[in-house]
Write a protein that binds this ligand. Structure first.
Ligand code: ADP
Ligand code: MG
Length: 726
């Protein structure tokens, strides 16, 4: 939809400046790579796999890193522990089997200052690549076993004259995943491309932006990103390329936002007095500052003639639901219906209970609509919704997927946005005529970053937790302390508290298919060193051996929804004291008497997930404890556990998570329908992002359709990016 819009504004006006000239330049940049020296059909195939088909593609195939070959480290100066680049001559080489039975290939290298062993594991064929007397460059981690060694290094065999200006005596580029193409080969191609084609690149950025942001020209940038004359120029080149990429993203956001604000008229609500005011008065607690600010933002939005499009961000337990309930009351007070959509049935059910409790006394009629209910009841609810007898519907996806038709939908609330795609959001919107939309998320990210990702939403952030909350104390303990952990839980139970025990799996690994670790697309299995616990075995063990004197409940995602409901009710009522569960418990569950959570195999969960899980406790007046039981197998897993142990601030955790997982994984930018980010790193380069955002929004404010002459190339670039995506 959006890309069509962009295309239409591009096509509607003839693009004039130097049309012909630019076309010629583009034709040259589109020269097929197959006309390059040294590119036969085989190589072409390999290059295509890297997405390189034409001259311009190589120019934009940016190096992954650089090696300073104007400056090698002398073997005598190598330090264990760091990755370093060395150059030397091969003295001897051969395959060996070590004492432990590992097969290694080794070469011994000298550079006048000393000798060093280079070692590769399980690659005996390497002996055919190297030969005695060759000059090689190695890059890799230097470690000390009995002597200093460079382990599994990347290598490049130098040919001919060392003074060779492409590969030596300069800062050289090293490219990504070259499959069967050597670095040397790719670098050679890049060198040709840079020298022959750089000059045909067209500068898209208007001069005033280049000047204001002190950016180098695109030709200089591309030349120096491949073959920098020094590190300062490399930095300038990188900044320039990333700035353009971010500017395009921000322009797209700015135009999208402008479009969404322009067209639609929303439903202007009366916000003063009535049930909404009564609602606020009846609350058993004072709203926090953050909640009040969010409520005020919402009042402003809902009373305006434009539909609300707001993201409500707040850490787990910060009290977002109350704010949503208030917004729902406003829409009902104005004679409209509201819907609240949750990612899981358990959560929908809990929201239903909470809202019923809060709103029924005000004469507001709340209905629950989830997959688990029987057909007749469902039909009845559908018809009640359609006739407007129901004021507020709480449900799961069933709400949007099913036949739910609203009489007058005024507000749609979506809980835990990170589980929903944009498509669902717009589907939900279509259930009404430009209803207000409030999206809630417990994945707290800094406002600026959020603006970038949810660029079309306004944002309210609840920073603080309600007063009187005791911070959750988190301990990471190793398997050996299991007994002590159980003793501790017993003490808490004896005081009348309740406990969660979380396991990653439902059945033992052998029986269950893939271990289901929700909302994670990467593999934590490698981080596990001890047995992976499953709820079915755990519940037996706890009932029979560890806590025979207490009632132990069981909850997992494969249970029927009636069953889940019963289990949750028993736990809420305190009939069961311990609840053994998978991460179905992850979001939103609110049981104030639970004060301990034991997380088994904590190394197998992501940071955000651990934080969410732990957010299930510490909701009442009691001191609460989260115990992470884990013998992690990797440094990264250990890092996660230490992070969780060390901070309770969801914002900090989100940032750490972002840094560990990378933004692609974290946000799934693709699903937002925005151009993919290829060059920059939205975390590391956030300063650049902010500058680009400022430029882009200012630009669109002054020249909404990018019609000024110096913006034409930007517009074209924007459109072509979206075309490429289709
Ligand atoms: P979340 O933001 O994680 O969705 P909830 O809305 O579930 O948080 O709220 C967590 C708990 O805090 C609930 O039991 C809720 O009733 C309570 N709560 C919300 N706001 C306040 C407040 N201002 N003071 C005290 N308790 C509050
Ligand atoms: Mg919630």
């Amino acid at each position: 939809m959006f890309s069509e819009y962009l295309e239409s504004i591009v096509n509607e006006r003839h693009i004039s400046i130097g049309r012909k000239q630019m076309q010629e330049k583009n034709d040259i940049l589109n020269t097929s790579i197959r006309y390059f020296k040294g590119v036969g059909p085989k190589k072409l195939e390999q290059l295509m796999k890297l997405g390189i088909g034409k001259a311009e593609d190589i120019l934009y195939y940016l190096p992954a890193r650089y090696e300073d070959r104007s400056n090698f480290i002398a073997i005598k100066d190598l330090k264990a522990g760091a990755s370093q680049t060395i150059k030397g001559d091969i003295i001897t080489m051969g395959n060996h089997i070590t004492k432990t039975g590992a097969r290694i290939f080794q070469i011994v290298l000298t550079d006048q200052t000393g000798f060093i062993h280079a070692t590769w594991f399980n690659q005996p064929y390497l002996k055919d690549f190297f030969s005695k007397g060759q000059k090689v460059v190695l890059y890799g981690k230097v470690e000390r076993y009995d002597k200093l060694q460079i382990v599994q290094p990347e290598y490049e065999i130098l040919k001919g004259d060392e003074a060779d200006s492409v590969h030596m005596g300069r800062i050289v580029p090293v490219y990504r995943a070259a499959s069967q193409l050597t670095q040397r080969y790719l670098r050679g191609l890049a060198f040709i491309a840079v020298n022959k084609y750089c000059k045909f690149l067209t500068e898209r950025l208007p001069t005033y932006i280049l000047a204001r942001q002190k950016l180098v020209d695109i030709r200089f940038a591309i030349r120096n990103i491949h073959f920098p004359t020094n590190f300062e120029n490399l930095e300038k080149a990188y900044r320039r390329i990333v700035f353009e990429e971010f500017l395009m993203l921000q322009l797209a956001l700015a135009m999208k936002r402008k479009e969404s604000r322009l067209e639609v008229t929303g439903i202007s609500h009366e916000v003063a007095g009535g049930p909404a005011a009564a609602f606020k008065k009846r609350l058993p607690f004072e709203l926090t500052e953050g909640q009040m600010r969010a409520a005020a933002d919402i009042e402003r939005d809902m009373s305006s003639s434009k539909p609300m499009n707001r993201l409500l961000e707040g850490d787990v337990g910060s009290g977002k639901t109350v704010v949503a309930a208030y917004a729902l009351t406003i829409t009902v007070q104005n004679g409209f219906q509201g819907v609240l959509m949750a990612p899981t049935e358990i959560l929908a059910r809990q929201h239903f209970l909470n809202l019923s409790e809060l709103l029924m006394p005000l004469g507001i009629n709340v209905a629950l609509l989830i997959g688990g209910i029987d057909q007749t009841t469902k039909k009845a609810i559908y018809s009640d919704i359609k006739e407007g007898k129901v004021n507020i519907v709480v449900g799961t996806h069933a709400v949007i997927q099913g036949a739910a038709e609203f009489k007058r939908l005024g507000l749609a609330v979506i809980d835990e946005q990170h589980k929903f795609g944009v498509i669902q959001r717009s589907l939900l919107k279509e259930k009404g005529r430009n209803p207000h939309v409030l999206v809630m998320t417990a994945t707290p990210i800094p406002r600026t970053l959020a603006l970038t990702i949810y660029g079309d939403l306004d944002i309210s952030i609840i920073r603080e937790l309600p007063k009187g909350r005791k911070p959750i104390v988190t301990y990471w303990v190793e398997e050996a302390k299991r007994g002590k952990v159980y003793d501790f839980i017993k003490e808490e139970l004896a005081k009348g508290r309740q406990a969660y025990v979380i396991c990653p799996l439902i059945d033992s690994l052998a029986q269950s298919s893939k271990p289901k670790v929700q909302s994670l697309s990467f593999d934590f299995n490698r981080d596990a060193k001890s047995k992976t616990q499953n709820v079915n075995e755990m519940v037996k063990k706890l009932r029979n051996e560890v806590f025979p004197e207490f009632e132990v409940g069981l909850l997992h995602g494969r249970m029927a929804s009636k069953e889940k409901e019963m289990v949750m009710r028993d736990f809420k009522k305190g009939k069961t004291k311990i609840l053994v569960s998978t991460i179905v418990i992850e979001v939103g569950i609110d049981i104030t008497n639970a004060s301990v959570m034991l997380i088994e195999n904590a190394e197998r969960f992501g940071l955000a997930q651990l934080h969410q899980l732990r957010g299930r406790i510490g909701r009442g007046d009691y001191e609460s404890y989260c115990i992470l039981l884990s013998n992690p197998g990797t440094d990264e897993a250990e890092e996660r556990l230490k992070t969780i142990e060390g901070t309770v601030d969801g914002f900090q955790i989100a940032e750490a998570d972002l840094a560990l997982r990378g933004p692609g994984e974290f946000f799934g930018t693709r699903q937002h329908g925005l151009p993919e980010i290829r060059f920059g790193n939205i975390l590391k380069d956030f300063g650049i992002m902010e500058l680009a955002r400022k430029e882009a929004f200012g630009l669109v404010a002054r020249d909404p359709d990018l019609e000024e002459e110096h913006h034409e190339l930007l517009k074209e670039g924007l459109a072509s990016r979206f075309q490429n995506k289709k």
